[in-house]
Design a protein around this ligand. Structure first.
Ligand code: CUK
Ligand code: CUA
Ligand code: CA
Length: 621
């Protein structure tokens, strides 16, 4: 393996580590993407650099080619990595409170978390970036909360969570994905069957439980409607032309115990006909539950009869897990989990056939415990094998042509360390995967890192997959704090993050250095402070209040220099409000403890950072 980096001067900086080729993807990076749309399936790996020529080290001072957004699992956040370096660049708190980013501390983010249920944690699994015309547009990231039945939106201009929807008819939002090609709707997929509404009725009657697919608009981020089904729903992915949304179901039995949920030989891929469902909503064919229109998509629903059923139930081997749609939109591929096969469903057939099982056009034997499948845009699928601790590369067309259950389409198996869940290839969820990098999210790391006690990190393994002759090549191990489930890998030039705030994007007015902007005002027992900060002061040396006052402190960081952050930290009042350049935030608290409290800045901002402070004086009542 060459560790040398090729000279970068005459190359597109985005592909600094990939030698130039007469390379359609490089042309795409230069803006020719639209004219190439649809032909990328014709690429073979001769257009990609050989494995031996690729260097994933990314030397100091150089930038990565891709962003990877990994879910944090029950940490409740999103992690931002650079690929191929696998350096963790940032974390975005979503359902968790995070002091270093002031998230959950200032009034706006605190109220957002309170309005979304007031929980202190969530369980993020599926971070999906918005797309336009089946390409990432870099605007939004959406992610689920499997713990509390919620969906969140992250603004990728500021890399911060700006909206959370609590889904009242759903417990355990697992799958999450936008409707392609244009992110017109966002779907949260309800995993845990519960009574709907879950208000104490039918506790002991699981046959009355159900789950929902919930649809939200992207911007504004609003809950639009639900579809109710009897079975559970698990992972989800969208077709590419706005018609079908797919989820797996492992509990078609409507069971409660593990034995009941694994009793049947088959479960479902559930295919939702989105235009039909929307027509039903428009026609008023729904019941309003918890303020949300809920359409009946159960198997016995009157809406599921006739030539265009709302929801189609496709039988697949018992307890499937992942489902993902091929980049060309032709197939939905479901992974068997308890069955060693992946089932290939031809999407266009779903509107042709009477029996939805007739849309199954292939079944490939990949190995033990298949969970998730990713794509390289060259006609290959890559499936994780949880039980075998392997990734298997196989040929999609060959699998459609082969006999059902054949292992012949398998091209290569590569061991991973250990027990992989998701895997994700660069831009695999779009119509045009890049075909160079693949990250495998391993649940166990065992012996791969220095021991750190009984809680082990996970292991995110980077593979180079651009060289079909050399095959998949393991490039590096990366320890991960528990626990990423899925990721989206997005070409860096598709994002355009802000480096300072635009005050017009914020709800609070900017507080300048003008005297009239800066004041301490009392109204009864309410004290309102407006101040600004910059290196190395806050507007007021002292803020004097009475014990019991309700105090609001609004602060603008007037710095125009990027990367020059301050915060408003108040010891023993549990407050740390981050203020980035040109940002205005406020915090409200009750001054219930008399004494002297040094308001300080928690970001090390200058040589006089420690001196950057003011006194909060709370006079006893
Ligand atoms: S995931 Cu949520 S259980 Cu396989 Cu898509 Cu890990
Ligand atoms: Cu501002 Cu330290
Ligand atoms: Ca089952």
């Amino acid at each position: 393996r060459s560790t040398e980096t090729t000279a970068v001067d005459d190359r597109d900086p985005l592909f600094a580590r990939i030698p130039r080729r007469d390379f359609m993807k490089a042309g795409a990076a230069a803006g020719a993407m639209s004219s190439l749309a649809g032909c990328t399936g014709l690429l073979d790996s001769d257009d990609m650099p050989a494995a031996a020529d690729v260097d994933a080290s990314v030397p100091p001072g150089e930038l990565d080619d891709y962003y990877a957004f990994l879910s944090g699992g029950h940490s409740g956040d999103i992690r931002v990595y650079g690929v191929p370096s696998m350096r963790q660049i940032m974390r975005i708190p979503v359902f968790n409170v995070e002091s270093a980013r002031g998230y959950g501390f200032d009034d706006e983010t605190h109220d957002m978390l309170q309005d979304a249920g007031g929980y202190t944690w969530g369980d993020t699994h599926h971070p999906r970036v918005s797309q336009t015309d089946n390409e990432y547009d870099g605007e939004w990231l959406f992610v689920n909360d499997k713990a509390n039945g919620r969906m969140a939106r992250v603004d990728l201009e500021y890399f911060e969570t700006d909206a959370i929807i609590d889904l009242p008819n759903q417990q355990g939002t697992h799958g999450a994905c936008a409707l392609m090609p244009d992110t017109r709707l966002i779907f949260g997929v309800g995993e845990l069957r519960v009574p709907i509404p879950n208000d104490g009725r039918d506790l002991e009657d699981p046959s009355e439980y159900g789950s929902t697919l919930s649809a939200m608009s992207a911007d504004p981020f609003d809950h639009e409607w639900d579809v109710r089904v009897d079975c559970n729903l698990d992972n989800g992915d969208s077709g590419k032309n706005g018609e079908w949304f797919f989820t797996t179901s492992y509990n078609s039995e409507e069971g409660v115990t593990e034995a009941e949920m694994t009793a049947a030989d088959t479960d479902y891929v559930v295919a939702f006909n989105i235009p039909r469902i929307e027509a039903a909503v428009d026609a008023g064919e729904y019941e309003t539950i918890n303020g949300v229109p809920v359409v009946d998509g159960t198997e016995d629903s009157p809406l599921n009869t006739g030539s265009e059923p709302l929801v189609r139930y496709i039988d697949v081997p018992t307890n499937p897990h992942g489902v993902s749609v091929t980049p060309d939109g032709q197939y939905a591929i479901a992974s068997g989990k308890l069955d060693p096969t992946c089932t290939i469903i031809e999407i266009d057939q779903l509107t042709e056939v009477d029996d939805p099982n007739d849309a199954i056009v292939g079944r490939v034997n990949v190995g033990n415990g298949p969970l998730h499948t990713a794509y390289d845009g060259r006609g290959h699928a890559y499936t994780t094998l949880f039980v075998d601790s392997e990734v298997v590369k196989w040929d999609i067309d060959a699998a459609v042509e082969a006999e059902m259950g054949s292992a012949d389409p398998v091209i290569q198996k590569h061991e991973v360390h250990y027990s992989p869940g998701h895997l994700i290839a660069a831009e695999s969820y779009t119509g045009d995967p890049q075909g160079d990098w693949l990250i495998v999210l391993n649940k166990l790391s065992k012996d791969r890192f220095l021991p750190v006690g009984p809680v082990f990190p996970e292991n995110d393994q980077l593979f180079y997959i651009g060289d079909d002759d050399a095959g998949m090549e393991l490039v590096k191990d990366t320890p991960a704090y528990p626990e990423p489930h899925d990721a989206s890998i997005v070409r860096a030039d598709r994002l355009d993050p802000a480096s300072v705030y635009d005050p017009d994007d914020l709800t609070l007015d900017f507080i300048s250095t003008d005297d009239e902007d800066n004041f301490i005002e009392r109204d009864g027992d309410r004290v309102h402070v407006e101040m600004h900060s910059q290196r190395n002061y806050f507007s007021f040396e002292d803020i004097a209040v009475q014990e019991g006052d309700a105090v609001t402190i609004r602060t603008t960081n007037i710095e125009q220099t990027e990367d020059m952050l301050h915060s408003v930290a108040i010891p023993e009042y549990d407050i740390n409000v981050k203020i980035a350049p040109q940002e205005t935030r406020e915090v409200t608290f009750t001054a219930d403890k008399p004494g002297v409290y040094w308001i300080y800045c928690a970001f090390f901002c200058s040589a006089l950072h420690l001196e950057m402070r003011s006194r909060l004086l709370v006079e006893p009542a």
